[in-house]
Design a protein around this ligand. Structure first.
Ligand SMILES: Cc1cc2nc3c(=O)[nH]c(=O)nc-3n(C[C@H](O)[C@H](O)[C@H](O)COP(=O)(O)OP(=O)(O)OC[C@H]3O[C@@H](n4cnc5c(N)ncnc54)[C@H](O)[C@@H]3O)c2cc1C
Length: 398
């Protein structure tokens, strides 16, 4: 596979880099640029969204008819990486989770009238969205077949009852994609639905406090109490909920990897700057072999992560679900993000532990990477199952 970038994509990547350097990174050191949950505040965000739109840096992967650039997955990878060199980056370009994944799946599988109603306002950046799947005990987490939230058909409506949690962005979202159980069928028992925040029959039980900085709208626990959803707001066919999830999560997991690589690179930029200037025992820190080993290991990890990400992206662009390739990228990049943030904090000494840099923000944020969109252990299980089924063909060259 050839991962070299076309001149057009490289130009786009460099324009995003310049935008991040000029307009976004300076905000990180301004306390007024933060909201109450350590994310970018409303006013600077709206200003930057407008600017990104006017510079043609908006919704890279959406089709042109929805204001996007219609890029392939492998083409957005280097761009998303550049966006997340700032902790505030992706949301300014309409490329943050969960909107990014929600928009893409709607663009891929929704009916034309559903796209107009449910996708367009998210694509325009006017509203936010959420993806509602995970449940608290004893419901479904890693294993979707344990889902307890039910949707029962009554006439031309579905009636939903159940509980969900860790729903990113729910407090700020207007459009929701909901996964519910519609039959006992093991493969075709789930169905996807769309609902609007103003529909009656559901509520936010609480915004769950977490260890890291939050996405806008937090991570919420939701309760559904006889919520009615018209059948026309069903996404795909009855029983195709797992398919919707697979279509959404494959690319969504990979876009996490792209963004996390940007955060890992930024961590190393901060480390490189410090170790090049700080003198210790007769030389700069950068000249000590022990420091070089630490930095070399992370630099290699980032490159391995990029190669895995690009390989998975290329397969997705070829129409493959790329399950094992996405799982490998997700496991590796989550670990690399941890290692990069941890190494950068260590190399910055006491400064790394302070809030004078964004390293501590990245470090706390990084802990979710091994959990969100499938725990690393579950992705390793997927790899083992593939290996046991394929044998040596697991490492095929196609
Ligand atoms: C920050 C954040 C944002 C999230 N956003 C959303 C969202 O927007 N929408 C949504 O629906 N969900 C969301 N989630 C939920 C996330 O997708 C789940 O946390 C994830 O799928 C794991 O499910 P669980 O937490 O129920 O873990 P469980 O299924 O309870 O598993 C617990 C642990 O057991 C281990 N484990 C589980 N299964 C296996 C196995 N087969 N083999 C070996 N070990 C195993 C793993 O270590 C795992 O971490 C979010 C989670 C976080 C942390």
């Amino acid at each position: 596979m050839d991962f070299s970038l076309s001149p057009e994509i490289n130009d786009l990547r460099l324009r995003i880099r310049a935008f991040v350097d000029t307009h976004i990174i300076p905000l990180e050191s301004d306390p007024n640029a933060y909201d109450d949950h350590e994310n970018i505040a409303h006013e600077p965000l709206e200003r930057l969204k407008k600017m990104a739109k006017s510079e043609g840096l908006w919704s890279l992967s959406l089709p042109n008819e929805f204001g996007g650039l219609g890029l392939k997955v492998a083409e957005i990878a280097p761009c998303y990486e550049e966006m997340n060199r700032s902790i505030f980056g992706p949301v300014c370009f309409n490329a943050s989770a969960p909107d990014d994944g929600n928009m893409r799946v709607l663009a891929q599988v929704a009916r034309p009238d559903q796209k107009e109603k449910w996708l367009r306002p998210i694509a325009d950046g006017d509203i936010r969205s959420a993806f509602v799947m995970t449940e608290p005990l004893p419901g479904s987490g890693s294993d979707p077949s344990a889902m307890l939230t039910k949707a029962e058909k009554k006439g031309d409506k579905w009636v939903v009852n159940g509980r969900k949690w860790f729903i990113t962005g729910a407090e700020a979202a207007t459009h929701f994609i909901l996964m519910a159980k519609t039959s006992e069928d093991a493969r075709h028992g789930l169905t996807a639905f769309l609902f609007h925040k103003d529909q009656p029959g559901w509520r936010i039980v609480r915004r769950i406090p977490i260890m890291g900085p939050e996405e806008h709208g937090g991570h919420c626990e939701l309760e559904f109490d006889n919520m009615e959803i018209p059948d026309e707001d069903r996404l795909m066919e009855v029983g195709e909920g797992l398919k919707v999830t697979q279509i959404r999560l494959g690319t969504a997991r990979l876009t996490h990897c792209m963004r996390w690589l940007g955060l890992a690179e930024r961590s190393m930029e901060i480390a490189a700057d410090y170790v090049s200037k700080r003198e210790s025992f007769g030389s700069t820190l950068a000249q000590h072999e022990g420091v070089q080993w630490m930095m070399g290991e992370v630099a290699m990890g980032i490159e391995v992560g990029r190669l895995l990400t690009m390989r998975a992206a290329t397969k997705l662009d070829q129409g493959d679900f790329a399950r094992k390739e996405v799982s490998m990228a997700k496991i590796q990049v989550a670990d690399t993000l941890h290692l990069a943030a941890d190494t950068a904090i260590q190399l910055n000494g006491a400064r790394g532990y302070s809030k004078d840099t964004v390293l501590e923000w990245i470090y706390r944020y990084a802990r979710q990477a091994r959990l969100v969109d499938g725990a690393s252990e579950v992705h390793k299980m997927v790899l083992a199952r593939n290996f046991l089924a394929e044998g040596n063909d697991f490492w095929s060259w196609d």
